[in-house]
Design a protein around this ligand. Structure first.
Ligand code: HEM
Length: 515
């Protein structure tokens, strides 16, 4: 009976059908993408792409492909990669493109529910986004500036009291993440995680971020995103604050704080009391309530921490390894204080003042260009009917249902935007100040802005991130001098799911004599 089933006619038909479907898919992809450049191997198998993702360095692999084959390349069957800013901008605004499920669905924190970032249905995404825009923009979040300021004061105190001038080294990778988590928890729901003030992570938030991103990366590499959808397998936030750790602790803690705030919000509304003006209140005022509110609150924390921490690490790395730029930045900082543009210490610079400092802004911009804090794969599916696009002046047809990803490392070095010489690879903030060709400068700015996404999917935390980066960079270089402990291996870094997971960025820090 079993032998009949195993070797019988139906079994053989089944095998032929499975194999035939597999072969048909391969041949279809080969034919569909034959007019697009790329290595032959990538056309028939996704293995090189899988290995690149698993290595934690897929952005290097994509960059190499773009350097060799041009602005649009086959990365795997039914999968393309682009370094063209014009094409990426179009994909994000042209009707019909959607977020690819294989990447975005895998980013759910709870397998049962989408958050704004993982929402792959355009209309649902846009409706939800409207409820949150005002809270993220700062329009209804009046404590934003003072919240950031309070965390910067804690950071300065930590560095000064525990590390500066002592024969102790400090892991800047860890402290930047402490800062980012403290800032985002303070601005989100007015309750700071207090990692900086204790210099500890008792709930293992950092470890759990690393574990979660590693696992997510493993799943997208092997196309196992659907595993999360099997009940009881995928991540399901815990309700138990006491016994849980890491990410589960964070979700349980956040959920209870959000619940308390929602209760308070309704009570205040009834009694006519004006609630505190933070992001959570703004979301509630605009109609985001209940489970949705909890989910979006977690998104804020996750989207707003590793990204900003990664940017800060990049800024520090490039400054510490470029003495010319380092000195010039500190000269601008000192001059701003001496001339009274910026208040003397212990006051903290305002983000609007930091925005006016031309060299500081150019340093931040340039560091984020050479070291993009967010990388791939923010994949989109082409519209079912396909799309005709222009690459290097040539019309190219993109078939429907193909996944296309931005290659940010290559895009930020695109020679048609930044110039043909080797200078594109150099950290040179002056390019943002000295460029005389207005058309080129505009193209550079537009390309650069894509690192925050574009169109309806643009980063909601962009303003917050830029404000934070300006204030923190200014204050840390106003007060301290920084040296890398291991210039030969400044850090351990891997790109998991597009986010840099950086560890062991050991630095030595000295207090400066300053005004
Ligand atoms: C330097 C720091 C940051 C960078 C480079 C960055 C980059 C990005 C990018 C590229 C996207 C778009 C993804 C896509 O195309 O699908 C995005 C989305 C998003 N970011 Fe950021 N981000 C940063 C900081 C932040 C911060 C601080 C917050 C929160 C306060 C935040 C909240 C969000 C949210 C909520 C979305 C989803 C937007 C949507 O789907 O409509 N980000 N970010």
């Amino acid at each position: 009976m079993i032998a009949d089933l195993l070797f019988g006619q139906w079994f053989k038909i089944g095998i032929v059908l499975i194999f035939g479907t597999f072969l048909f898919g391969k041949v279809k992809s080969l034919i569909q993408l034959r007019h697009i450049k790329g290595p032959a191997l990538n056309r028939i198998t996704g293995t090189p792409h899988t290995l690149a993702i698993l290595s934690g360095g897929c952005h290097f692999w994509y960059n190499k492909l773009n350097q060799k084959y041009g602005q649009l390349v086959v990365a795997a069957p039914k999968m393309l990669i682009t370094s063209s800013p014009d094409l990426w901008a179009r994909i994000n605004t042209h009707p019909g493109y959607t977020r690819s499920k294989w990447y975005y669905r895998n980013s759910r924190f709870d397998w049962r529910h989408d958050n704004l970032f993982t929402q792959t249905t355009n209309q649902t995404h846009d409706e939800k986004r409207r409820l949150m825009v005002r809270g993220y923009s700062g329009a209804e979040n009046l404590t934003l500036e003072t919240d950031i300021e309070s965390c910067v004061v804690k950071l300065l105190h930590l560095v000064r009291s525990r590390y500066a001038g002592q024969k102790k080294v400090m892991d800047l990778a860890q402290k930047t993440q402490f800062l980012a988590l403290d800032v985002i928890s303070t601005i989100s729901f007015s309750k700071c995680y207090n990692l900086l003030s204790t210099d500890e992570d008792p709930n293992e938030y950092l470890k759990s971020t690393r574990d979660g991103l590693w696992l997510g990366n493993f799943q997208i590499a092997l196309n196992l995103w659907w595993v999360n959808w099997i009940p009881f397998v995928g991540p399901k936030p815990s309700q138990d604050i006491e016994s849980s750790k890491g990410f589960y602790k964070m979700t349980a803690l956040n959920a209870s704080m959000v619940e308390a705030r929602e209760k308070e919000f309704h009570e205040q509304k009834e009694s006519g009391v004006v609630p505190r003006a933070d992001m959570l209140t703004s979301f509630m005022k605009n109609g985001l309530l209940g489970n949705d509110l909890k989910i979006e609150n977690m998104l804020q924390i996750v989207a707003g921490s590793d990204t900003t921490a990664g940017s800060l690490r990049g800024i520090f790395l490039y400054l510490m390894t470029n003495p010319r730029v380092y000195k010039k930045l500190q000269a601008e900082i000192d001059e701003a204080v001496e001339s009274g543009i910026v208040p003397k210490s212990p006051e903290i610079i305002k983000s609007a003042q930091a925005k006016e400092l031309i060299y500081l802004q150019a340093v931040i911009k340039e560091a984020m260009r050479v070291f993009s804090p967010v990388n791939n794969p923010l994949a989109r599916d082409t519209p079912p009917e396909g799309d005709t696009v222009i690459i290097d002046g040539e019309e190219i047809y993109l078939p429907g249902g193909v996944s296309i990803m931005p290659s940010f490392k290559a895009m930020h070095r695109n020679r048609s935007v930044y110039g043909q010489d080797a200078d594109v690879d150099v950290f040179r903030p002056e390019r943002w100040i000295e460029e005389k060709d207005e058309k080129r400068l505009e193209a550079m700015k537009q390309e650069h802005s894509l690192m925050f996404g574009h169109g309806p999917w643009q980063c909601l935390g962009k303003t917050i991130a830029l404000r934070e980066l300006g204030v923190v960079t200014f204050e840390l270089f106003r007060h301290f001098d920084w040296t890398l402990v291991n210039p030969e291996k400044p850090w351990t870094d891997a790109n998991y799911m597009g986010i840099h997971l950086t560890k062991d960025m050991w630095v030595q820090v000295e207090e400066r004599k300053h005004s």
